[in-house]
Design a protein around this ligand. Structure first.
Ligand code: FES
Length: 63
């Protein structure tokens, strides 16, 4: 099951978890290394509100 999530991100590079194994969801914590998944890199030149959906395991997200 997936759901959408809105993040307020600062400028810079952010790595989002796509494997569902991160203990710091929705951010990658390196847990994907034993899987075929790779994190999604978001490169922002300015602070931005970003909505993500369908790319992370909803059970690993904070409530
Ligand atoms: S921990 Fe899930 S992609 Fe890195």
């Amino acid at each position: 099951m997936s759901r959408s999530l809105t993040l307020q991100l600062d400028a810079g590079t952010h790595y989002l978890c796509t494997c569902g194994g991160s203990k710091n969801a929705p951010y990658c914590d390196g847990s994907h290394k034993a899987t075929p998944f790779q994190p999604l890199a978001l490169e922002l030149t300015e602070p931005k509100e970003v909505e993500i959906s369908g790319m992370v395991n909803a059970q690993s997200l904070p409530a």
